[in-house]
Design a protein around this ligand. Structure first.
Ligand code: ATP
Ligand code: MG
Length: 382
C-alpha cells in the first residue's frame, strides 16, 4: 500500500496542506520541534484512529482550534494483492471536534458504522524511538502491541476483544457490588467464550510468527536469537498448540477456582487481560528475559524486531507491502546494528517509506532513492 495524498487541517502544529507523496516515499528533514513526529502521527492516526503517543484527541487539535481533520488517499501498490472488491484506491478521513468531542471517520466519503471499520486501511507500520517502551514497560504495552497487530490482521479478533473487555468490566462491577451473587457467576460463560477466542488468536499468531521473530532478531543483533512466548493469564492451559475447546475448559475452571479470591479483591484475576508476551534472548538453556537482563542496545533491537514482525504480519496475512513510517530510528543504534538493520530493510522493505531525521546525514535508508523535504514550524517545504 502507499499513501498518495494526505490532507491536513488544524492538526498539531502542522500547517494546513495537501501533500502528494511520491510512490517510493520521502525523507523529511528538519531540526527539533518543527513537526516531524507530528506528521507521522497524523499518517498513523489514519491507520489506528488514535495518536501513537497515546495523546487524547483534544491534544491533537491545533492550539486555539476546535476541530482537526485528516484525509488520506491510499493506493494499492503493484505488488499488493488486489483489494477485496477490486478497489484500487481508497480515501480514509478522520475528524474530531472539541465541542461535542465526537470522532467521525469516513471511508470513501461514507461514514463508517463502527470506528473499527475505519481501522487498518493504510497498512502502515510505525517505528519510533519510543518503541523501547514495548520492551521496558509493563505487560500492558505488550498486550496492546498484540491487540493492534491482531486487530489489523485477523478478522474477528477486534470483535472478540471488545466483547471480552465488556463482559470483564461487567463481572468486575458485579464482584465489587455483590460478591458471590448469581449475577457475578452469570457472566462467566460469556467471559469464557470471548476470552478463549482472544487467547487462541494470540497464541496462534505467536506460534506462527515466532520463527520470523527469531530470524529478524538474529539479523539485527548479529547472531543472537530471540524468542517470544505467551505467558497466559489462564492457569492450567494444555500443552502444545492451543485449541478453542481446551482453552475454554481451562478458563472456565480457572474462573471458578478464582471466585473466592476475585470476590475478596473485587476484580477478575485470571484471563487474557493478565497475559504477558515474554521476550527472551538467546533461547535455549539460560534464556533471559530481555526486559530484565537486556542491555540498552539489546532492548532496542528487540523492540525494532517487534515492529519488523508487525510489517511481516501485514505482508503475510494481508498480502500488502506495508507503508513504513520511521521516526528518527537510527539515532540510537550503534553502527553495526544500524548497518544490519539497513541491510535487512534493503532486502525486505520494498514499498513506500516515509522517514524523518534531524539531519540529512541521519537518513540512512534510501538516501539516494527518495525525495527529501524540509520542515519548518509545521510547514512542509517541498
Ligand atoms: P524532534 O526532532 O525533537 O523529535 P519534531 O520535529 O518531531 O522534533 P514534533 O514532536 O512533531 O517535533 O512537535 C513539534 C511541535 O509541535 C512542538 O514544539 C509542540 O509544541 C507543537 N505542538 C504539539 N501539539 C500541538 C498542538 N496541538 N497545536 C500546536 N502545536 C502543537
Ligand atoms: Mg520527533
Amino acid at each position: 500500500m502507499r499513501l498518495a495524498q494526505l490532507v491536513l487541517r488544524s492538526f498539531r502544529n502542522l500547517v494546513d496542506d495537501a501533500l502528494e507523496f511520491p510512490p517510493e516515499g520521502v525523507a523529511v528533514v528538519g531540526p527539533n520541534a518543527q513537526g516531524k513526529s507530528n506528521l507521522l502521527e497524523a499518517i498513523y492516526y489514519l491507520e489506528v484512529l488514535r495518536s501513537f503517543r497515546g495523546a487524547p484527541d483534544r491534544d491533537l487539535v491545533r492550539f486555539g482550534g476546535d476541530v482537526f481533520r485528516l484525509q488520506g488517499r491510499v493506493v494499492t501498490a503493484e505488488n499488493d494483492a488486489p483489494f477485496q472488491g477490486g478497489r484500487p484506491e481508497r480515501t480514509v478521513a478522520a475528524a474530531w471536534q472539541r465541542s461535542g468531542g465526537r470522532k467521525k471517520v469516513t471511508l470513501d466519503d461514507v461514514e463508517t458504522e463502527r470506528l473499527g471499520d475505519g481501522v487498518g486501511h493504510v497498512c502502515a507500520v510505525l517505528f519510533t524511538p519510543a518503541d523501547l517502551a514495548l520492551v521496558d514497560d509493563g505487560p500492558h504495552v505488550r498486550r496492546r502491541y498484540l491487540d493492534i497487530v491482531l486487530s489489523l490482521s485477523e478478522p474477528g479478533y477486534m470483535a472478540a476483544l471488545q466483547r471480552y473487555r465488556q463482559v470483564l468490566s461487567q463481572r468486575n462491577a458485579a464482584l465489587k457490588a455483590g460478591g458471590h451473587s448469581p449475577q457475578t457467576h452469570a457472566w462467566e460463560p460469556l467471559l469464557v467464550d470471548a476470552g478463549s477466542r482472544v487467547t487462541v488468536f494470540r497464541s496462534r499468531w505467536i506460534d506462527t510468527m515466532a520463527a520470523s521473530f527469531s530470524r529478524i532478531h538474529e539479523e539485527i543483533s548479529g547472531g543472537t536469537g530471540a524468542r517470544m512466548t505467551l505467558d497466559s493469564g489462564i492457569p492450567g492451559l494444555p500443552e502444545g498448540q492451543l485449541e478453542l475447546e481446551g482453552v475454554s475448559e481451562a478458563l472456565e475452571v480457572a474462573l471458578r477456582e478464582a471466585r473466592d479470591r476475585d470476590v475478596r479483591l473485587g476484580t477478575t484475576t485470571v484471563g487474557p487481560h493478565r497475559d504477558e508476551l515474554l521476550l527472551l534472548l538467546a533461547p535455549g538453556e539460560g534464556a533471559q528475559d530481555v526486559r530484565r537482563f537486556g542491555s540498552g542496545g539489546q532492548r532496542r533491537s528487540v523492540a525494532l524486531g517487534l515492529r519488523l514482525l508487525e510489517a511481516e504480519t501485514i505482508r503475510r496475512r494481508r498480502g500488502r507491502e506495508p507503508l513504513l513510517l520511521m521516526d528518527d530510528v537510527f539515532a540510537e543504534l550503534d553502527e553495526a546494528r544500524s548497518m544490519r538493520l539497513l541491510d535487512l530493510l534493503h532486502r525486505t522493505a520494498v514499498g513506500q517509506v516515509i522517514l524523518t531525521a534531524p539531519r540529512k546525514a541521519e537518513i540512512r535508508f534510501r538516501q539516494e532513492g527518495i525525495e527529501r523535504w524540509g520542515i519548518r514550524d509545521g510547514r512542509i517545504l517541498r
